[in-house]
Design a protein around this ligand. Structure first.
Ligand code: MF3
Ligand code: CO
Length: 260
């Protein structure tokens, strides 16, 4: 069942996603060679609690941390650890909050220092694919229109789309219907309508699409050990234009500042 949200509920989901966006920007300040992923996790947890919310992932199906931190060939759901980031790594940071009974959920893939040009291109294309998907998130379209837009952009650029994990509805639960795959056919799938809130989250691989799960039951990696990127935003379906509830603005301001 798809839960349609009232305008008031959408505002609460927006508050959650703004906090997620600001938390990711706080994490961005600390990303660099030598930093452990566990340190980043603690920074995020503190920031979320200081803002009166609760980490959305912590304890979710037994998940042990605030962030999912997925380095290089880890696609998603990497568990924070004593691993120290290194120059040339890419690191996907996925963050969720719970506040006033609703969830926020977004992710961004960061570069650690200088990364190889083809990896840089993977990040660019994955983010662009997400934005092209969002353009389709309007009333009257179907989930397949979003999926097809994401898939096309990834594949025309020579990358591959992870099949097993998908975007999702967002609300009082972190994962609601509908599922939002990053591959599919235009005109197929559930109809989009005002009141729906969905997370679009392409997971795009540099090499082949195949993945496997580590023995810890969480960490998902590429089978060919090549890099994978992940960007996620929450959007409310709009009449003519999607209403993007999370933002990369705060993150990109931090990245701009770090470059100077
Ligand atoms: N953003 C992640 C997703 O949509 C949520 C991970 S929750 C966790 O799959 F508990 F598994 F970390
Ligand atoms: Co998600």
């Amino acid at each position: 069942m798809i839960h349609l949200k009232t305008e008031e509920e959408i505002e609460i989901i927006r508050e959650n996603n703004l906090l997620v966006s600001k938390t990711l920007a706080e994490v961005a300040k600390h990303i660099g060679p030598g930093v452990t992923t566990l340190v980043l996790d603690k920074i995020a947890e503190q920031f979320i609690r200081d803002n009166g919310a609760v980490p959305g992932f912590l304890g979710y199906h037994g998940y042990p941390n605030t962030l999912c931190i997925s380095v290089n060939d880890t696609v998603v759901h990497g568990i924070p650890s004593k691993y120290e980031l290194r120059e040339g790594d890419i690191v996907s940071v996925d963050c969720g909050t719970n506040y006033k009974g609703f969830y926020g959920d977004s992710a961004y893939t960061f570069e650690v220092g200088e990364v190889r040009p083809e990896v840089k291109r993977l990040l660019e294309v994955t983010k662009e694919a997400l934005l092209l998907g969002i353009e389709q998130a309007v009333e009257g379209n179907r989930v397949g229109d979003v999926s097809a837009a994401v898939q096309r952009h990834a594949e025309v650029n020579g990358f591959s789309v992870v099949r097993e994990m998908v975007g999702h509805g967002l609300g009082k639960s972190m994962h609601e219907e509908p599922e939002v795959p990053n591959y599919g056919a235009r005109g197929r799938g559930p109809k989009l309508q005002t009141g729906m809130v969905i997370c679009i989250e392409p997971m795009i691989n540099l090499g082949k699409k195949h993945i496997y799960m580590e023995k810890d039951g969480w960490t998902v990696k590429t089978t060919d050990r090549k890099a994978s990127a992940h960007f996620e935003l929450a959007v409310a379906i709009g009449k003519r234009k999607a209403d993007i509830l999370s933002t990369f603005k705060f993150i990109e301001e931090v990245l701009e500042e770090k470059r100077r």
